[in-house]
Ligand binder design. Sequence first.
Ligand SMILES: [Zn+2]
Length: 233
Amino acid sequence: MNRILAIFFPPKCPYCDKPIRYDMTECLVCRAKFPKVPRIEPIPTGEICVAPFTYSTEVRKAIIEYKFRGKKFNSESLAGALANTIRNVYYKDMSFEIITCVPMSAERKKKRGFNQSELIARYASKLLDKPFENLLYRDTGAAIQHEMTYEQRITTKDDTYHVLDNADIKGKKLLLIDDVMTTGTTLSKCSALLKESGAERVFCASVAIAKGYSFSNTMMYYNKRQLDERKGV
Ligand SMILES: [Zn+2]
């Protein structure tokens, strides 16, 4: 942020709203409260997802204001915490070659003005010094996930993700970023697609994981859906 402007309109901490120095992304009190241990959860397709935060309290507030009220400044702190988790705690060998994100349909991106996962992934790519590329796209008109129940999210037939034609991922290791992991189905669908298209490995990460995320619940619905599909339901 412009220094002069910052004197009159200092940026605010995404978590507690206190004014902060222009070159900081969150206040020292909130930074000190960041969890020391990341969340690590398995997802249905066999990958794991790592996240610096659980989706609750101040982190939930910061993400909601970022996604739904356009406070893009919050993405810098969220991406910073994510990059730290990836670099220092997990995926420490940094062996992935490309950073990508869960896509948003063109229609929704136009409405919101930005893809929240893309902004976080792009900022994390700068901090981690690895290239960012959009590799996936999502069809317009796809169901809006956050308006669906846990079961609906997993069981709704939704073949709406695709790999971009020009994506060069054969034999490559990728880091796939989402903003919040709720059921693990989106990350599972996207990582399965990337692997079907030749990616060697897909590491998954998100800023936060839902408080109630349960691998066994997800698997129960996921298996039910696979069975229904086999039966042609
Ligand atoms: Zn704060």
